[in-house]
Design a protein around this ligand. Structure first.
Ligand SMILES: Cc1cc2nc3c(=O)[nH]c(=O)nc-3n(C[C@H](O)[C@H](O)[C@H](O)COP(=O)(O)OP(=O)(O)OC[C@H]3O[C@@H](n4cnc5c(N)ncnc54)[C@H](O)[C@@H]3O)c2cc1C
Length: 412
């Protein structure tokens, strides 16, 4: 039996960042992770960091706050390791046909947004870095940059710093139940013992609904699988660090078409070709569609059909990749809110001490550092440094009290 102020469920970026901020504020924290640190989405993503969102003010402020933390960690070395914060050049490429379609609808609006951000469509022969190996029918591009971090170092560094500040981290430990007494969380039951606790932070990513059911609430999160492939080490055949080509012309909020006969559409494949800076190989990505959670543990299985579509997409953009072998494939579950695609952050009305930090779909690494700070402020009873009422669980259930918790309790 352990006793603590806060139990954080999930050793992904959101759980780790929360544990880091709370431990630094002097709270007794235990983080419980059923596999290892960064076992799921936080260990399978590209590590691209946004600084701004042109359409959403809250996201923009959270991204800016997180980016500032990454800069501080990069400069101070506080996380005990180099987090490899760097700027990467990006080329978004388009065919003539795509540019024609940009005169209408969704893609017209996307082009206007890019224009507002100072990103302009440029003809191939005017790109600042020529790409002789990009397929000849790709005649237009938008050149931009993104920040990138080393996701494993950030996650392990946050775990290390949280522990240095007194937090306990239990890996290979699965939460089986959360007990609520008189409307307040009291105990977390794991397969390796119980934890008496005042607060529970549900940062279980795509598994957050399972933890929700333990306290009798429905959390509308679905697992959106994303897959990436690693090539063998190979001499560089591209100049931009990241090349993006979106063959589907999809709405980013509807990344796949579930009943399409075209596998690329059904699996939501967009081509991203990333040059790995230190390993001399390429990472080829990515896909997105809804699947079931893994039947056991956090290990997400890759699917042969998705691997084939991603590889074919990469070869379509850089034909020379046909001669390069894939040595590994991996996948992670993005937690996506099926109601509105937005994060769910904050304490749940009617269950004192039960706090949600989940549903960060495509941008968990950009959101994570600041989100952990906001969750820590909620637990400390402070006014959050960014107002996040619209991300609260109560947006689904107005004036929700939970008088029937005992009827809905469900143990995994
Ligand atoms: C292919 C891909 C590319 C991406 N690219 C980017 C990118 O470039 N930039 C970006 O910002 N974001 C990106 N994302 C999104 C980002 O990875 C996620 O938003 C983020 O990692 C979600 O973090 P999390 O902590 O909520 O979830 P996770 O990292 O999934 O962590 C949840 C953890 O909870 C644990 N858990 C679940 N149930 C239990 C239980 N009962 N007991 C104990 N532990 C439990 C799981 O094992 C897991 O480790 C990408 C995602 C994918 C899949």
């Amino acid at each position: 039996m352990e006793e603590t102020d806060v139990t954080v469920i999930g050793g992904g970026i959101l759980g780790l960042s929360t544990a880091y901020h709370l431990a630094k504020s002097g709270y007794k924290v235990i983080l419980v992770e059923m596999a290892k640190i960064a076992a799921c989405a936080s260990g399978s993503n590209a590590g691209a960091i946004r600084k701004v969102d042109l359409t959403n003010e809250i996201d923009s402020r959270i991204y800016a706050g997180s980016y500032k933390m990454y800069q501080d960690w990069h400069e101070s070395g506080e996380l005990g390791c180099e987090i490899d914060l760097s700027e990467a050049s990006i080329l978004r490429c388009f065919t003539d046909e795509h540019v024609e379609r940009m005169k209408y609808g969704l893609w017209k609006r996307r082009l206007e947004l890019w224009d507002r951000a100072g990103l302009h469509l440029v003809k191939r022969d005017e790109w600042t870095m020529m790409e002789p190996n990009v397929a000849r029918d790709i005649t237009w591009g938008i050149e931009t940059t993104t920040s990138m971090i080393n996701i494993f170092r950030v996650c392990r560094g946050l775990a290390w710093t949280a522990e240095k500040n007194g937090a306990k981290i239990f890996t290979n430990t699965k939460v089986k139940d959360v007990e609520v007494k008189s409307g307040k969380v009291s105990m977390v039951v794991t397969d390796r013992g119980d934890i008496k606790t005042d607060f529970v932070v549900n940062a279980a990513g795509a598994w957050a609904p399972i933890i929700g059911r333990m306290v009798g609430i429905v959390i509308p999160i679905l697992p959106a699988i994303g897959t990436a492939l690693v090539t063998e080490p190979t001499p560089s055949i591209t100049r931009h660090r990241r090349i993006i080509y979106d063959p589907l012309w999809h709405d980013p909020h509807q990344p796949f078409v579930a009943n399409s006969t075209d596998p690329c559409q059904r699996l939501g494949v967009t081509t991203e070709i990333d040059r790995h800076l230190t390993e001399d190989n390429y990472i080829l990505a990515r896909s997105e569609h809804i699947v079931s959670l893994p039947s056991k543990g956090a290990k997400t299985q890759t699917e042969p059909e998705t691997i084939k579509c991603i590889a074919e997409g990469a070869i379509r953009v850089i034909p020379k990749l046909e001669n390069v072998h894939i040595i590994r494939a991996y996948a992670g579950m993005r937690p996506v809110c099926e109601v509105d695609g937005k994060p769910i952050i904050g304490e749940v009305n009617g269950i004192e001490g039960f706090v949600l930090a989940t549903g960060i779909w495509h941008t968990g690494m950009s959101y994570g550092p600041m989100c952990g700070k906001l969750v820590s402020e909620i637990i400390e009873g402070k006014v959050t440094s960014i107002p996040i009422e619209e991300l609260h669980y109560s947006r689904f259930v107005k004036n929700h009290h939970f008088p029937y918790i005992h009827l809905f309790r469900w143990v995994n």
